[in-house]
Every structure is written in C-alpha cells, then in structure tokens.
Write a protein that binds this ligand. Structure first.
Ligand SMILES: [Zn+2]
Length: 402
C-alpha cells in the first residue's frame, strides 16, 4: 500500500549570472511584499482591530504592481510573492491562535533569503528543474537522487550568508513503506557473479553486458588508431563515449532493481568495505566496471536503507570472509582467486562465494547486535544513520517557514 509521504530534499546549485540576478531580484521583492503586507495588517489590527485576510493582501499586491513606484514587482515571478503572503497568513494564524508571537519584519541583513516556487512556477522534466522567468534549468548538484517516481511539488530557492545557493525540493513520493521483516542478508562482491547472497543466490552481470563491453573495446581501439585532432577521431571519441554511457545506464538500471529488492526483502543488509580493491592495479575493463558497480551498489544500499528504515552494516575490509570456514570457524591459510569450491578439514564443502557471503552476514549480525564487534566500519554505519536524521530534518525544513 503506497503511502504519500512529503519530504524535502536539499541540494546545492550553481546559477548562471542571469539566474543569480533574477533570483536576487526575486528575493528582494519577496521581502518587500512580505514587509509591506505586514505593515498594512499591523495598521489594520492595531488601528482598527481589523483582521486582513490573505485574499485582501493578495488584492493589495495586485494594486501595488499597478503603481509606478512598485511596478517592478510585476517583473519577477508572481508565485514567490503570493507564497510570501501565504506565509504571512500562516504567521498571523499562529498569532491569533496564540501559538506564536506577532509576526516580525524581514530585515535586509538577518533574514534568510529565499523564494518559494509552487508547481505552476517551475517546469520539471527529465530530472531538470527550470524556474519561471528562466530559460535554462538550474545546474543542480544531485548529491543523492530523488526517490524513484518522486515529483517535486514545491521548490524553495535560498542563498546563505556564504553566498551558496540551495534548492529544496518538496516531494510527495509514493514510496510504499517496506514490509516489516526480520530477514538479514550478507552480500559478497564477486568477480564471476556480480554479487553472491548468503541465501546461496548468485546474481550475475546483466546479460547484455558482455556484448556491450566487446563493443566498447572495439570503439576504444578504433579511437586509438585515429589521428589526433582529426575529425574522424572526434567522431570515434563520441562513439566510444556513447557506448560507455549506455553500459553505465543499463548497469545502473540493473543495480537499482537489485538494491531495491534487497532492501525491501531485508531488515539488515551486510556488506564488506572493499575500498581497498581500488588500490589493486588492474586495468582490465571488466575489472574497472565491476569496481564502479560495487561503489554504486554500496551507495544505493546506503540511501535506500535510510529511506526504508533498514540497517546497513559495513564490515571491515580485513575480515577474512573467503578464508573462514563457516561451519567450524577455521581460517584457511590461503585461498587463491581461482578456487571456486573448497573442502575444510572439518569436512564442510564450501562454494567460495556463498561461504563468504554467509560469513559476512554472521560478522555483520554480531557487529550490529553489540553495536561494534568485528571492527565494523563505524564511519559508514554512522553515515546510514545520520542520513536518516537529515531526512527528518529536511522533512521539517520543507514545511513552509520564512
Ligand atoms: Zn571447517
């Protein structure tokens, strides 16, 4: 059962000079409209004990725009100005209900500079946000993606005192709460399979990948044969880049499906920290792609666990997951990469990857139970938690306030 959840996601962005000028102008107008409306309401309240409604303020705004001195208000998007009046309305509502003090004026120096755009004042297409009165979309740094299918209903742009620009997107997404479960899974990152689960399931690379990779190798070889600076080389470069982009797109799609499934099916997900692998010098394409996938898989698990309230445990990279016998706890002296199956002295026969995944799961559960344990990478387990905290903070930050 999908439940509509409102959440705000905040990102940095880098405006063009034109966009910065437009936004600064809008911030100024928002502040002016808010203060002017507050002034009128104050006069009405203290002078005549009369309450001014939002509709009356809005009508006043229309009149201001017609005057010579305030005609510039008509040049910026009208939505942030209307939103400022709505915020003022809320502030008065709180005041009359004795929940808050009398609304205060926005000072030029102390107030947060911001402008709120509702759905009619921005375009959201293909993950790009274009605000009213602008021709280009904002150059947003997507530090993490919006949840799949999330559509922003409100975009709040702000600039902090350090001159950094932010956009907060309030989304109503239909993320279904993950079904309650006590399942836990250990994941071993493999070479032959993409990942092996402690359940024994092996997840192989997407089947088109081998073909795509061959295509990429061909494209890169063709590129290296072309003369530098030539038109043909540029053409070959573009072709190689396109092939590469297709591989990563398909890969990402595959990883999204996999990680969503793992997170939905399990309360606890245990992985190994494999950063050390990148230090291994190996220039094979398969290797590079596999490492990139692992990094991506891990980051997807991190944010999806946070979204669904699941626990991600990252165990230490030096944990001997492959060499340890899951049955008796003996650690084998050596375990060369080509060994796919082995028999322990205790008689247990192991599939290398499944055994490793089970060991990872056991180590992760021990670590999670005592909050420490097998030198779990504390930093990353904390990352998971703190991003959840941020989520809550952002959720409240998304509730209109000025
Ligand atoms: Zn054994």
């Amino acid at each position: 059962m999908a439940q509509q959840v409102k959440r705000a996601f905040k990102y940095r962005f880098y405006p063009t000079d034109e966009q910065a000028a437009e936004l600064s102008r809008t911030f100024g107008c928002v502040r002016l409209v808010y203060n002017k409306a507050l002034e009128e309401r104050t006069r009405a309240w203290y002078g005549e004990q009369r309450r001014v409604s939002y509709v009356q303020s809005s009508a006043a705004l229309t009149e201001w725009k017609k005057t010579e001195e305030l005609a510039f208000l008509a040049e910026v998007s009208s939505v942030p100005l209307q939103q400022a009046l709505r915020h003022l309305q809320t502030a008065f509502g709180n005041f009359f209900a004795r929940r808050a003090k009398y609304p205060r004026f926005k000072s030029r120096k102390k107030s947060r500079l911001s402008a709120e755009y509702t759905r009619s004042a921005f375009k959201w297409r293909d993950g790009k946000l274009t605000l009213a009165k602008m021709t280009e979309p904002l150059d947003i740094r997507w530090s993490r993606p919006l949840p799949g299918g999330a559509e922003p209903t409100t975009a709040t742009v702000s600039r902090d005192s350090a001159g950094r620009w932010f956009v907060s997107l309030l989304c109503e997404d239909g993320i279904a709460p993950a079904p309650a479960t006590t399942n836990a899974v250990g994941i071993d990152a493999g070479l032959t399979s993409l990942v092996t689960l402690s359940t024994g399931e092996k997840i192989t690379n997407p089947k088109h990948e081998r073909r795509d990779r061959a295509r990429l190798t061909r494209a890169q070889r063709a590129l290296s044969r072309k003369e530098k600076g030539s038109a043909n080389r540029e053409k070959a470069r573009r072709k190689a880049a396109r092939t590469h982009a297709r591989i990563t797109d398909r890969r990402r799609d595959f990883l999204h499906k996999l990680t969503t499934r793992l997170v939905r099916e399990n309360q606890t997900v245990v992985i190994e920290d494999l950063a050390v692998r990148n230090m291994v010098k190996n220039h094979s394409l398969a290797r590079a792609i596999s490492d990139a996938s692992w990094t991506e898989l891990r980051s997807m698990l991190e944010y999806k666990c946070a979204w669904y309230g699941r626990e991600l445990v990252v165990i230490d990279r030096f944990f001997p997951s492959s060499k340890l016998c899951g049955a008796c706890g003996t650690v084998a002296a050596k375990m060369p990469l080509h060994v796919r199956e082995w028999t322990c002295d205790c008689g247990a026969v192991h599939d290398r990857d499944v055994n490793a995944a089970r060991n990872i799961l056991a180590a992760g559960l021990a670590a999670s139970a005592c909050g420490d344990g097998v030198r779990p990478q504390r930093e990353s387990s904390r990352t998971g938690r703190s991003s959840m905290k941020q989520e809550t903070q952002r959720a409240t930050a998304g509730i209109p306030r000025l």
